[in-house]
Structure formats: structure tokens, C-alpha cells
Design a protein around this ligand. Structure first.
Ligand SMILES: [Zn+2]
Length: 165
């Protein structure tokens, strides 16, 4: 038996001002995306913004439904919108943020497993990792340079061969 350990890498920014200009701009776009949230049941808004290579911004927000499983997360709304409409324009980065009037959010909101699966699939599709910013307005912001940091075993062999780091 051989025991292995995997280290994952992410950046932590204590303040918004520490982020570089393009990351700041994308985090603010994710805040804008909050306004499209349909979340009357949880009152928990999530906004996602993708920055494409051309500079275009694609927005997504969580969409709830009275029949709960019919809803969808902000990240997948944005990523599916991109794939359906702009797939020839690669996604360079995604920012995600959240807001609720019920309590103060002090930690970054991390994507669910299904959204990570979709993120990994689209990185593979475009042969390029997607920088992912988890922006918390009243706390730290985390950044990774792709789905590998969240899902180190995702498409492991393929990723080694085709996705530049
Ligand atoms: Zn999700």
C-alpha cells in the first residue's frame, strides 16, 4: 500500500483591494449578476460572471422553482449560457458571489459538486483552465486557477495530457 497526499492550491485575498484590476472588475460583474437571481424560497442570491477571451461578460444567477429540483445554480446558468451561445470564445475566468438579507456572509461561497463537474467538463472542452474567483464582499476572497484545485481526480489522465497549467 502506498499512501499519497494531494496538495491543492488556492489564493486568499484579505481585502478586495489586494485583487488585481481584472479580478476586481469580474467580482463586481458577479455582484451585478445577483439582480437576476430568482430565489423567493431561500432568499439567498448567488451571482456568477464569466469573462470570455473577447472581453464579453456572461452572467448567471441562481434560479429557484416551487418544484425544488427544477432550479439551477448560478454557476451552471452562466456556464450553460456560455456553451449554448459563445462556445467559440473561451472562458478565461469566472467570479461567484452571494448575498442574503437574512445573515452576514463572512466566507466565500464555494460551487456545489454538480457545478464543479460542469466547470471541469468545459475546461476540457476549451482546453484551458478557468480562473475561478469566490468573492465574499465582507470576508476573504479565494481564487483558483481551475477545477483541478476543487476536483483533483477529475479527468485525471486527460487533464495531465491536454490542459496546460
Ligand atoms: Zn451548483
Amino acid at each position: 500500500m502506498v499512501k499519497h497526499n494531494i496538495n491543492i492550491a488556492f489564493e486568499e485575498y484579505q481585502t478586495f483591494e489586494e485583487l488585481n484590476e481584472s479580478d476586481k472588475a469580474l467580482c463586481l460583474e458577479a455582484e451585478k449578476a445577483l439582480s437576476g437571481s430568482h430565489s423567493p424560497y431561500s432568499n439567498f442570491k448567488v451571482g456568477a460572471a464569466l469573462r470570455l477571451k473577447s472581453g464579453r461578460i456572461v452572467y448567471g444567477s441562481n434560479q429557484e422553482n416551487a418544484a425544488y429540483p427544477s432550479g439551477l445554480c448560478a454557476e451552471r446558468v452562466a456556464l450553460f449560457t456560455w456553451s449554448a451561445n459563445f462556445a467559440d470564445d473561451p472562458v478565461e475566468a469566472m467570479a461567484v458571489t452571494a448575498h442574503t438579507s437574512k445573515f452576514k456572509i463572512e466566507k466565500p461561497i464555494t460551487p456545489c459538486g454538480s457545478c464543479l463537474q460542469v466547470l471541469a467538463e468545459f475546461e476540457k472542452k476549451q482546453l484551458m483552465p478557468i480562473r475561478t474567483l469566490l468573492y465574499c464582499k465582507e470576508g476573504v476572497t479565494w481564487a483558483t486557477n481551475g477545477a483541478d484545485s476543487f476536483l483533483p481526480f477529475m479527468f485525471f489522465e486527460d487533464r495531465l495530457a491536454t490542459v496546460p497549467v
